[in-house]
Every structure is written in C-alpha cells, then in structure tokens.
Design a protein around this ligand. Sequence first.
Ligand SMILES: Nc1ncnc2c1ncn2[C@@H]1O[C@H](COP(=O)(O)OP(=O)(O)OP(=O)(O)O)[C@@H](O)[C@H]1O
Ligand SMILES: [Mg+2]
Length: 208
Amino acid sequence: MKIKIGVINSKGGCGKTTIAINLSVAISNQSIKTVLIDADPNQGALFWFKKRNKNNLSNYLKATSLNKLKKIENFECSIYDCPANMKDKKIKDIISQCNYLIIPIQASIFDQTATKLFLELIKKLKRIRKGKTDLVFVINRYKKRSQIFKKLDTFLLSYKIKPLCKFSDRAVYQLLSADGKSIFDVNHKSIYDLKNEWINLLDFLRAK
Ligand SMILES: Nc1ncnc2c1ncn2[C@@H]1O[C@H](COP(=O)(O)OP(=O)(O)OP(=O)(O)O)[C@@H](O)[C@H]1O
Ligand SMILES: [Mg+2]
C-alpha cells in the first residue's frame, strides 16, 4: 500500500519539520522509496535535504517542494512537511490525500490553545469526520521533570487523545539537522534512548 503522511499543526515551531525529516530517514532506511515533500514556503526541509545530498546520505529518500511534486516518480511513502499557516487551500488538499496526520504537540498553554483551534478546524473536514485519515498525536520537546506536562496530560485527556510517542527535548536534534542528518543516521549509544522513543510510531506505520 502507498502511504501518505502529513506532519501538521497550525502551531508554529511545534516540531513539524524536525519530525518530518527524522521520520523520512527512519522510513527510507527500511529500503522504502520515500519522498519528503516540503509544503512550507520557507523550504526548511528542502534545505536540510540539499545538505544531506551533498554528503551522499540518502539512498531511498528524495525530497521536493510541493509545487514540483507532479514531476517526480512514484514513491511508496510520501511525507508532507506542512507549514503552520492552514489558510492555504493546498493544505486542505494535502489533508484530503493523507492516510495519516502526525500532529506534534508541545506542552505550553499557547501550544494547547493553538492545537485546540487546529483540531476544531480539521474536524470540519469530511475526510477527518469520516475517519478516512488517522490522527496520530505525538508530544514533542518532552521534559521528564517539567510540571507543565501534567497540564498537557489533562488537556489531552479532555480531548480523549492518547499520544503515541513522546520525543524528548534534546539539542542533538538541532545539531544533526544543521548537517543534513537525523538521529537515524547516527549509531551512538547517547542517542539510543531517543531512537527508542520513535518505536511506537514506526511500528504503527509499519503495520499499515
Ligand atoms: N525534540 C526536540 N528537541 C530539541 N529541539 C527541537 C525538538 N523538536 C524541534 N526542535 C527545535 O525547535 C525548533 C522548531 O522546530 P521545527 O522547525 O521542526 O518546528 P516547525 O513546527 O516545523 O516550525 P514551523 O511552524 O516554523 O514550520 C527548531 O529549532 C528545532 O530544531
Ligand atoms: Mg517547519
């Protein structure tokens, strides 16, 4: 089956690009022909991929901007890195195509408020109402000892949301992305715990 995944939330800076690029490497590392589609006019994911390509890091992974999408070959897995701005009609088109939407949420009250509005917005879309697109929630920039995550749990519970993963807040995500890399390019014991945090999501997608 061809799988199309949108990484999306109208809250800016919640981790969409970071999750999209790491996921694209994790999936393409399984010899699955994968395309990372940068739907954000800022083109951060594409910039990351160009760095990556210079270092010959990708075999099964390609990247393109959304407007060049028609020119590319068939892929088994497409991952859309969506912009925060949801007004664009193109974004609704993306949602209408995706089998899965990965929705990163951070803990702050601003993230909660924005995510609430985002959920209200997408629940109006037919495809979401009919359950044709699965919503997959992931907590991003998780900090074990921070009380704010208790408040986030309460928020999620009120929406009956069970997040699939918690991705820790670790500077290595920023360091690696600056070099066109992901945590799945590095084999070092300091990163094993971070990789483990992705297992639920990768298993969930693998089962589809
Ligand atoms: N788990 C993490 N640990 C540490 N830093 C992170 C993590 N996730 C994201 N970041 C950092 O947070 C910042 C915002 O992340 P990112 O650009 O992925 O968010 P975004 O949702 O794509 O933003 P935008 O809405 O502007 O497209 C970046 O500097 C990124 O490196
Ligand atoms: Mg982004």
